[in-house]
Write a new protein. Structure first.
Length: 415
């Protein structure tokens, strides 16, 4: 590009950036003195949502996007409820959704520039005190934005213009293809030839999890089962196995979910050991994400999440806001059934297995992972007989072997 066209291009970029900055600074000054912002003549509409912002900036913790045949959704995870303005600008014609008194976290800032955020969204820290999401009006047919609470987030939905199709966000999350040997000249990127499975041993470090009468710690059992399951899966050439932890260390639930998402996992298997106030209760149950259907499932999720029961429940808006598509829900359910059936079939002859079935509950690690995910409660450590089994290496190996068979069954049905 010659010097003159380059200068012209940069001038256009600066003009667009400056116009957006002026619009948002105007809206920001309006929220400060609680008057409606004075919009430029090119502005067509303005909407204000939320409560007045506090002095401390709102933090955009994360950016997430999902595409389907119905459109593309961008979700901004926030640390508290935002104030939102929606405006239209000219040259070029675009919609600007602004969040005054807001800043991007380091994670969100990186995702805004590394290609994670798909078209038509452009997320920018437009001033030190404002974040903007810009969309060219020619890039979509309809737009809808709204806020949700518990946790706070801004959701923006767009339906693509006629003749356009949404860019699938999954393409930005897969592992880049390895370089081909010299002499080959592929014309297309090859599909990933392996399945990435993340195994998540529950608890760890300062968090022992549930404790048995003999002081057996849940964190130790889950790690033993997970390590054995990893050994079995690693023998398969078409499977890549990763673990959220492979030793006795503490991890936040958020770190576990982020690990699976950032490594492009295809399946997520979290391993736990159950507990019950009654020592006679025993057996196994496998969960996938959803609303708790009974009080007991809600109690299990609250214990594993480390949250009060009153704030553990999940409403329908969770399912909507996170675009838990039918495909993911069905795949998680199928994986859960395969795992549960394998454990019952493989172990019922050698052990007295009580089958509590497949259930749904709002586990954090299942909600915030973007792939089919299950959480297996393999036994009750509060039951003296099952605590004794959990201390037996043969039983631990049998549990891992059963989970392995369940995963293979799922993979065989979903090639």
């Amino acid at each position: 590009m010659s010097a003159r066209p380059l200068r012209l291009f940069l001038s256009c970029v600066i003009l667009v950036f400056s116009a957006d900055t002026l619009l948002i600074q105007t809206a920001w000054s309006g929220t400060q003195d609680h008057r409606h912002p004075k919009l430029s003549p090119s502005s067509q509409k303005s909407r204000m949502k939320g409560k007045p912002a506090s002095l401390a900036p709102i933090n955009v913790i994360n950016l997430r996007a999902t595409s389907s045949s119905r459109g593309t959704r961008l979700v901004l995870d926030l640390d508290r409820q935002p104030e939102v303005t929606e405006q239209q600008a000219e040259n070029p014609r675009r919609v600007i959704i602004a969040l005054p008194n807001t800043s991007l976290s380091q994670t969100a800032r990186a995702k805004a520039t590394d290609g994670t955020v798909p078209p038509p969204f452009v997320v920018t820290q437009i001033t030190p005190h404002a974040v903007a999401v810009s969309l060219l009006t020619t890039s979509f047919q309809t737009l809808n934005q709204f806020t949700l609470s518990d946790p706070p987030r801004l959701v923006i939905d767009v339906m693509p213009s006629l003749g356009q199709s949404p860019s699938p966000i999954e393409e930005t999350q897969t592992t880049p293809p390895r370089a081909d040997p010299v002499g080959t000249q592929p014309t297309q990127a090859r599909a990933k030839s392996y399945t990435t499975i993340v195994i998540d041993p529950g608890h760890g470090g300062k968090d022992p999890g549930a404790l048995g009468l003999r002081r057996t710690a849940e964190k130790d059992i889950t790690l033993k089962v997970a390590l054995r399951l990893k050994e079995l899966l690693r023998k398969r050439p078409d499977v890549r196995v990763l673990m959220t932890r492979d030793r006795d260390v503490y991890l936040e639930l958020e770190e576990r979910a982020q690990f699976a998402n950032s490594h492009g996992a295809d399946l997520f298997v979290s391993i736990h050991v159950n507990s019950h106030p009654s020592r006679v209760v025993k057996g196994l149950e496998v969960y996938h994400f959803g609303e708790a259907k009974d009080q007991r499932a809600l109690e299990v999720a609250a214990r594993e999440n480390g949250t009060p029961i009153s704030s553990t429940g999940v409403g329908w808006e969770y399912l909507v806001a996170d675009l838990l598509t039918t495909k993911k829900i069905e795949a998680s359910l199928e994986l859960a059934w395969n795992a549960k059936e394998a454990i019952v079939t493989q172990m019922n002859g050698r052990y007295d297995v009580t089958d509590h079935g497949v259930k749904t509950a709002p586990f954090y690690v299942l909600r915030f992972t973007s792939m089919p995910s299950i959480l297996a409660e393999v036994a009750f450590i509060s039951n003296p007989d099952e605590e004794a089994l959990l201390r037996n290496p043969t039983f631990v190996n049998d549990v891992a072997q059963s989970l392995y068979q369940g995963i293979l069954s799922f993979l065989g049905n979903n090639k």
